[in-house]
Design a binder for this molecule. Structure first.
Ligand code: GLP
Length: 268
């Protein structure tokens, strides 16, 4: 892991969204971890605790490695509460693909976080779980949200068919579309497509929009198409991530491969 902070090769503004393009994925992840520390240190200078929503997926691993390494990060985790962005429905916490397992491995087993509010993905009363999680989220200031982007443009598990920019709910259960389930198969510990759950809990786009700062990370050629759509086509729930262009204090950090299909005016 190279720990040298490198400047982006290009920074631009797409409406409200700040976009930074780095040569490599590792550079973008390191930059995300630095930006997160700055945001959280400023927050903790003004309030006793900070509340952070954590994403999962390949895009988050290096950033979480930096954040949880005491030689890299000076965060006072005893003043930070963590929340899930999403979780599969009906999967036990110790399932290798569960997001609880992911965040235990990459975060909460490594730092002394004040409290991490897990979504009880295989709890008996999923509707009540949504309502309770929403109540907790609404009762506090949400300071920072980490995000990745799905191959179909989803944020969290808001796939195009269920994405609603003005959702009345903050937490809901959704059915995952086939592109999404394929992505879960190729990037997580599910052995077969039929093992990938059909349904999941997700923070809605209203909840994501309510967070004060967002840091969205995406890497690799596989994301190039959706990054192009997200940044150059109309803002629409058909590409849920396009909403970030209208979210104040949102930042997108990508590598050169993910930026490779952007039109020329993005590289001038
Ligand atoms: C999953 C998660 C999303 C995440 C996405 C990004 O689908 N449900 O919350 O944003 O992965 O994937 P990756 O980080 O592998 O690019």
């Amino acid at each position: 892991m190279n720990n040298d902070i490198v400047s982006p090769i290009r920074s631009l503004q797409v409406e409200a969204l700040s976009v930074h393009i780095y040569t490599t994925a590792d550079q973008a992840a390191l930059a995300a971890s630095h930006q997160a520390q700055k945001i959280l240190q400023a927050t903790l200078a003004e309030q006793e605790e900070a509340n952070v929503v954590f994403a999962t997926g390949r895009s988050q691993i290096t950033c979480l490695q930096h954040l949880s390494d005491p030689t890299q990060s000076s965060l006072d985790w005893s003043r930070i509460n963590g929340f899930h962005l999403d979780e599969y429905l009906g999967i036990a916490a110790d399932h290798p693909a569960s997001f609880r397992q992911y965040l235990r491995t990459h975060l909460t087993n490594k730092v002394s976080i004040r409290r991490f509010y897990e979504i009880d993905g295989d709890g008996l009363l999923p509707i009540e779980i949504c309502q309770q999680y929403e109540q907790i989220l609404r009762s506090r200031s949400l300071d920072l949200c980490f995000l990745g982007i799905g191959a179909n443009g989803h944020l969290a598990f808001n796939d195009p068919d269920v994405a609603n920019f003005d959702d009345a709910a903050w937490v809901k259960i959704v059915r995952l579309d086939e592109t999404n389930r394929q992505q879960q198969l190729s990037s997580t510990a599910f052995a077969t497509l039929s093992a990938v759950p059909q349904y999941a809990f997700t923070l809605t786009l209203s909840a994501i929009r309510a967070v004060r700062h967002s840091l969205c990370i995406a890497f690799g050629e596989g994301k190039a198409d959706i990054i192009k759509t997200m940044l150059t086509a109309v803002v629409t729930p058909h590409c849920p991530a396009s909403i970030l262009r209208q979210v104040p204090r949102a930042t997108l950090l990508i590598d050169q491969s993910a930026a490779s299909l952007l039109p020329d005016e993005f590289s001038e």
